[in-house]
Design a protein around this ligand. Sequence first.
Ligand code: IVH
Length: 719
Amino acid sequence: MAVKAKKIPVSVDKLTETQAKVELVRLVLEIERHNEAYYSEDAPKISDADYDALRQRSDAIEARFPGLVTRDSPSQKVGAAPSGRFAKVPHSVPMLSLGNAFSDEDVTDFVDRVRRFLKLADGDIPAIVAEPKIDGLSLSLRYEDGELVRGATRGDGFTGEDVTANVRTMSDIPHKLKGRNIPAVCEIRGEVYMLKKDFLALNKRQAEAEDTVFANPRNSAAGSLRQKDASITASRPLKFFAYAWGEMSAMPAKTQFKMIDWIGHAGFVTNPLITLCEDVEGLLKFYRKIETRRASLGYDIDGVVYKVDRLDWQERLGFVTRTPRWAIAHKFAAEQATTVLNDIEIQVGRTGALTPVAKLAPVTVGGVVVQNATLHNEDYIKGIGNDGQPIREGVDIRIGDTVVIQRAGDVIPQIVSVVVDKRPKTAKPYQFPTVCPACGSHAVREEDPKTGRPDSVRRCTNSLACPAQAKERLKHFVARNAFDIDGLGDKQIEEFFADGLVMSPVDIFTLQKRDARSQKRLADREGFGATSVRNLFAAIDARRTIALHRFIFALGIRHVGEGNAKLLARHYGTVEAFRAAMIAAGEGPQSEAYQDLNAIEGIGTVVANAIVEFFAEPHSVKAVDDLLGEIEVQPAERAKTDSPIAGKIVVFTGSLEKFTRDEAKATAERLGAKASGSVSKKTDYVVAGPGAGSKLAEANKLGVKVLTEDEWLALVSGA
Ligand code: IVH
């Protein structure tokens, strides 16, 4: 009989520090599991002697390497800590993303926007910090009284994953902040990344062990951080650059540049290339310097980031939806490759847009195999830009052509030029279809009311019965920022739609009931099984209650993205009010409901019309009502109602000196007021700057309260 040999551990004094670190993490987790079983479940899984042996070994390792002792260490606490790994963590200050600049002109525009918003005089210089944009994953680290208490990934920006145990194993992350005057609460943010050489070595080891190999350093960093077993994270060469912060109970500095300096002194690694620039030329010079050094940096970057230096200006500039006005990412030019266009396929989107997709001979660009590229629209294939001007020197794209493609970050690959010399003699100009390939209905180019030219997009005219549109609407409905139903992705929608199981959104919520009565059960389908079906039904049930803005976004109304959905939700508050108002707005542009909709700051006529059109269609209203029979829509977190200006209508007039009109409007809306362009009996306040004319006169005539800029600031400060 074979006897299983008991593994004899290496004696503690022979361990290297790395081995010790890895083992300690494993021991801590194992001890925690046994603590949990012992203290919380009253069901110990090992003998006391074996448990003691684990404790002794971890104590011995800690005694030899005191630097490895952490708050998680069994020597530091009693009883069982709630395991909590990968629990969800709400971010007290959201982790947002950055807008992009792709050209020098975009950078000039950014600086101009900043200057305009802040109303800077010609001589005022908005100093701007420039730094590399690290291609990794962002992480937020919370310190309380200087001690690391939590590490969280960005997640959706509002809720991240708790990766505290994992980040504690990273040597770039201090467990305790250094220096004096550390704020009681301090959230430091930055990027987890992997050096290119470490990534290659790791992949080699992984391949040898027949374990996962990663596509690039970024994926490798993400995969290594998000491990259930923190000892695996400990064995991976993860690094961290700190470049931002979240909640801070006090600010140690008044500028971005000085904050980075402070963060460095507190014990973090900050990027040595960070530079303070004075003007657009300085930013562009930095960009070009970094671009030339890109390959030799040792880590992947995908551009540079510019941030307004003064923090009080950052505060004033604020955010638009999910990106700051005070910062922008300037991306590097995409990587290019040459390949052959084998075919053009037409996809039909949820709003009926016919989008041509290039089917390419597979080619690797920037480490990724590319087989598809967008061709945007009919004119693009013909060599005509959106403005009617030639692109690619007017050269059209034909099946069989050799083309140059480029890929920039996550952006869908594009065709930048055609190698005309290699064009086969047989290649003919591409005939764009004039009927929908999915339903055979006419596909037309509407006239763009702004330019009077045909819209660049050709659309299927049969929004109700076109199966492709219905299917794409369903995919949108379950997508991450909409209903976000786990286990119901594009693939499942394709299958369920093809089999007639889910044809409209409500079908998702009746699926379980119907399945129970069906002969052909979901669990018997290929690729399913009892557990995944159970999980799917649980995921669907979990979304029977949904936030109003997600609900509105999920409807897939043309021009109603997440930002507009939020504006609508904040304005109408409940789904009932929204539904009733949209139907009432269908009575015409003169109706009160339409005017009210059109007056929402940020909702223009095009958007308003698209929503009204959607609700004018009985089929859409039925789809909404059917859904409401199955789910509950939570009222929106309303615009502030407890501020002194909540519900008020404010008009700004004259040449404002203390703030810009955009800034004032944004403040008013944030505090639940409505900024209006004209004075009427309904106006509550007119804020008048120097030179105010007819609006001020009108306010005085109607007896509307008039405020100076200072009075306005006093009213809203502290609200
Ligand atoms: S600042 C409010 N600085 O880029 C936004 N982000 O596209 C604060 N990133 O999610 C972000 N390097 O993961 C900032 N030097 C840098 C960065 C950086 C990489 C990432 C970050 C962010 C994403 C936004």
